[in-house]
Design a protein around this ligand. Structure first.
Ligand code: ARG
Ligand code: ASP
Length: 717
């Protein structure tokens, strides 16, 4: 015992390592939870420099990207870098918007886009930018009136009412928006108050050959050479408050923006990250990991592979198809690849076994705490029932519903079911939906996808869970899915945009029968009905048993490990993660360096391979060593670096800050060997990947010649 203690002290002295362990921390709890550890690791400022509800602080310089109607579901993060509302995020975060602006003539995906003055900036319909102003613990108020003996339904409805009241009160007399979220599996509730802007314009994006360099091949992989950044600007009304798009709006003047550190980061430097991690599930039981690792991930991977292969094959043959599908395929491939890595990581670190060991410990603890007694066995019972039917759900959700035309048709069920006249406005709405769907639709891809996915659906979903309409088709076409798709796509109204628009124009409810008779609509509604009637009730009754158990398990774990500071799972609310710039050992005898440089881009260069085709201009800059002030002491331009910050999807574009709170990079990915971190974080191997801000500046300055943007930022040398 004593000897171990001495060894531990010696190790600490020798290596000087204070581990930044896992964690995505709450802004209003930095002081109590982690500031001491942050200071030990090198942070030079105070907790209220990061977050304060009553003075400008870094939280005022962090932007959560959302979409109209769902502004709190932040899909990415950005950081303000000028007093004129300029912010910087990832290229892959802006990708869908860049794609929307791209045409054969103005192919911004391929060529990049730069606004050399405000008038050239491009409006992005539906993009929102939120700034978190205040966050606090409101658990007590939310749980007011909730007692132990209430049924779950009653409990939930009291909580719902309390949440509405708190959200309303929080923003009274302001133009802010408020959201209360559950934390720690619903044992606590915190309020976030946001200012949300909806005039957000595209300012700059490098060509995909820089912003997406390495493509899906390098995605989720270190060492990395992707220039994954893009720039946007927030506009506000004359009072500097959020306003709908108007040409009269002015660049927003923020309370705070990030200064940029123009010098190098070094190994072991302290960094922290502020942003909006989406979902982690660090406290799931072993049975839930089994469900994900052994059932859901493998089926999803297999089904997505079919879609990816089909899309890519057609994209290679036509520029038009490539523009249409580039953003779609990136999204499909991103999760697909992560799931593959996740399975490997979970296996490699024996996570199911580790969780089972923890559960044994928990059962021992529960022996003297009767209220926790049943948890583990309840978990096992429920998850084994879920596991038995989970595959069918996958063949519906990752299978049938992923046929684009079937998803599209779902928008017509309102028309088909309308009982009153359909207004002119509704018709116009539907017509614009049709246009935007068809802008990015290529029917030959979808037909093949249909054929492949429905073949899988047919052979993996037992007949009793299939819609009757589908069984009839199978019989009629004798399981020839090619013939089935030929006929369906040929006979349906929905596969012909011109006919469809004419049909909607002047729509009256008399026309509904045409929709109801349409073979693809029939298949769509058969699928929805079959799922809703045959499977959904089973899942609902199983899944609704879980939240109370998750809650109790969380509460029990925190009691059992009372010395540990738990962080709540990510839920798209504002968080801070911190760590050090560090490489890692991916495998026996291999050590990865913590950073990459422009040399690596040149080493990967291969005009034959789409993902590695370095733009000519970048090659020239390299050949002439025309690096401006962006190279470091060794004469190299840094490109990316890896660090130990705990991040997940949604953290993309998050500002990566140094000990003084200056911007040194933008988070955009995680390293392959550690992508299981959403379920199990391992500090030895889990690394986040950031683009070095100097590479972004180099591209803006030397590649794009956008001196206007360089001048706007505050770069500290
Ligand atoms: N893996 C990163 C994230 O989850 C980047 C994804 C975009 N890149 C891509 N090649 N699909 O968002
Ligand atoms: N690439 C992810 C994002 O877009 C980040 C991650 O999953 O590590 O948020």
């Amino acid at each position: 015992m004593k000897r171990n203690f001495l060894i531990a002290i010696m190790l600490l002295l020798v290596t000087g390592v204070v581990r930044a362990d896992e964690g995505m921390w709450l802004p209003f709890r930095i002081k109590s939870d982690v500031i001491a550890q942050m200071h030990q690791l090198g942070f030079l400022l105070d907790a209220d420099d990061i977050y304060s509800s009553d003075k400008p602080s870094f939280n005022d310089a962090v932007v959560g990207l959302g979409t109209e109607g769902r502004p709190f579901s932040h899909f990415c993060t950005g950081g303000l870098v000028s007093d004129k509302g300029l912010f910087i995020t990832n290229h892959h975060c802006g990708y869908g918007f860049i794609q929307k602006h791209s045409t054969m003539q103005n192919d911004y995906l391929t060529d990049g886009f730069w606004a050399y003055d405000h008038s050239q900036e491009l409006t992005n319909i539906g993009l929102t930018a939120s700034i978190m102003r205040r966050m606090e613990d409101v658990t007590e108020i939310i749980l007011e009136g909730v007692t132990e003996n209430l049924s779950h339904d009653v409990r939930d409805s009291i909580i719902k009412l309390n949440i509405l009241a708190v959200e309303k009160e929080a923003i009274e007399g302001t133009h802010y928006l408020a959201k209360v979220n559950p934390f720690y599996n619903g044992t606590e509730y915190y309020l976030s108050v946001y200012e949300i802007f909806n005039d957000v314009r595209l300012v700059g994006a490098p060509p995909s050959a820089i912003g997406k360099f390495g493509g899906d091949t390098d995605n989720w992989v270190w060492p990395r050479h992707t220039g994954d950044f893009a720039m946007f600007r927030i506009y506000a009304g004359p009072d500097n408050k959020p306003a709908a798009y108007s040409p009269d709006n002015k660049p927003y003047s923020p309370d705070k923006f990030f200064e940029i550190n123009g010098n190098s980061v070094a190994e072991n430097d302290f960094t922290f990250i502020m942003g909006y991690p989406g979902t982690t599930q660090e406290y799931l039981p072993s049975a839930a990991i089994e469900l994900q690792k052994n059932i859901q991930n493998p089926i999803r991977i297999q089904l997505r592979e079919m879609r990816i292969e089909t899309m890519k094959r057609h994209m290679e043959q036509s520029q038009e198809v490539r523009i249409k599908y580039s953003s779609k395929v990136a999204g499909v491939a991103n999760a697909w690849k992560k799931w593959i890595g996740e399975i490997q990581g979970l296996d490699r670190f024996d996570v199911i076994y580790k969780k089972q060991e923890l559960e044994k410990e928990f059962e021992n603890f529960a022996a003297s705490n009767p209220k926790y007694n049943e948890i583990i066995s309840d978990y096992n019972t429920i998850y084994s029932q879920i596991i038995a039917i989970a595959p069918y759900q996958e063949y519906y959700f990752e299978g049938a519903y992923q046929v684009e035309i079937i998803r599209f048709i779902s928008a017509f069920s309102a028309l088909a079911k309308a009982e009153k006249t359909v207004s002119f406005e509704q018709q116009e709405n539907m017509i614009s939906r049709v246009r935007s769907f068809y802008k990015d639709y290529y029917l030959p891809i979808d037909k093949i996808v249909f054929e492949k996915l429905m073949t899988e659906f047919s052979s993996n979903v037992p007949i009793e869970y299939q819609p009757e309409q589908f069984t009839k088709l199978e019989n009629r076409f004798k399981n020839d899915f090619k013939a089935m798709s030929d006929w369906l796509f040929e006979s349906s109204l929905f596969t012909d945009s011109t006919k469809l628009i004419t049909f909607i124009d002047g729509y009256t409810i008399k026309k509904a029968k045409t929709i109801h008779k349409d073979p693809l609509y029939q298949l769509y509604s058969g699928l929805v009905d079959a799922y809703n009637m045959l499977l959904a009730p089973k899942f609902k009754s199983l899944y609704q048993e879980l939240p109370p158990i998750h809650k109790l398990y969380m509460q029990g774990l925190r009691e059992m490990q009372h010395d540990k500071t738990f962080f709540p799972d990510a839920n798209s609310t504002f968080r801070i993660a911190f760590g050090k710039v560090q490489g890692y050992n991916p495998k026996d005898a291999i050590k990865y360096h913590w950073r990459t440089t422009i040399d690596g881009i040149i080493q990967k260069n291969n005009p034959e391979i789409y993902d590695y085709d370095v733009p000519k201009k970048l090659l020239e800059l390299y050949a002439n060593k025309d690096f401006g002030s962006y190279s470091d002491a060794t004469g190299e331009v840094p490109v990316c670096f890896s660090a130990t910050n705990h991040t997940t999807g949604g953290n993309s574009g998050s500002p990566v800050l140094d000990a003084n709170g200056r911007l040194v990079g933008l988070n955009f990915d995680r390293a392959w060997e550690g992508v299981m971190s959403d379920l199990y974080y391992n500090p030895e191997i889990c690394r986040n990947i950031s683009i070095d801000i100097r590479y972004a500046l180099f591209i803006v300055d030397k590649y794009a010649g956008a001196q206007n943007l360089i001048d706007e930022m505050s770069i500290i040398k």
